[in-house]
Design a protein. Sequence first.
Lengths: 122, 122
Amino acid sequence: MSHSETDHPDTVVGAAGSGAVADPAVRAELTRLRESIDNIDAAVVHMLAERFKCTQQVGRLKAEHRLPPADPEREARQIARLRNLAENARLDPAFAEKLLNFIIAEVIRHHETIAGSGGTGE
Amino acid sequence: MSHSETDHPDTVVGAAGSGAVADPAVRAELTRLRESIDNIDAAVVHMLAERFKCTQQVGRLKAEHRLPPADPEREARQIARLRNLAENARLDPAFAEKLLNFIIAEVIRHHETIAGSGGTGE
């Protein structure tokens, strides 16, 4: 049985949601943890909004100065660094790498959307 | 042409990496932006390390008190809230939702790994 703070529909095993937790102490503890999760998620969303601002500027800079959009050495350094940071924070390094790739895919999508509308990475 | 701070190997169009940027002012600006990207990535990795600590505690709590692992109402509230936060931060709400799903998939994987080894979500 998996137990996750995921609310994944496939893993529902009963009709009771969190609102149905009878023990007030348990309910309070669950609320406390969920509030932390919500705070963290808000922080991450805002961090990533800033990150996309940076990558947009990088895209513009590279376009203006006819620099190659990709830099495999830079990417290799980013991955190695994030894996190391993740290990020190006791986060799965493979997850950190997957996350970076997930974000990078979005950056590419952004830039492709811009390119499709005739822009130059702005 | 896409221009991204992604260093995606498929999009290499020249041999020059960032080290080959001739103009010192451009190189300095690129370095400044990349340092911000690296700082943000470090912050996100550390935030997510904390998030997984929270979800592990939630998993343990739910297991101890025989609560259903999933809570579709909670998930719907999380998605709606994050999409709203993303919009205010000028981040694509669809990306915020995809990101939450990406993280949730990892939480499920964590808990399944634990369950597979005979644990109860700890």
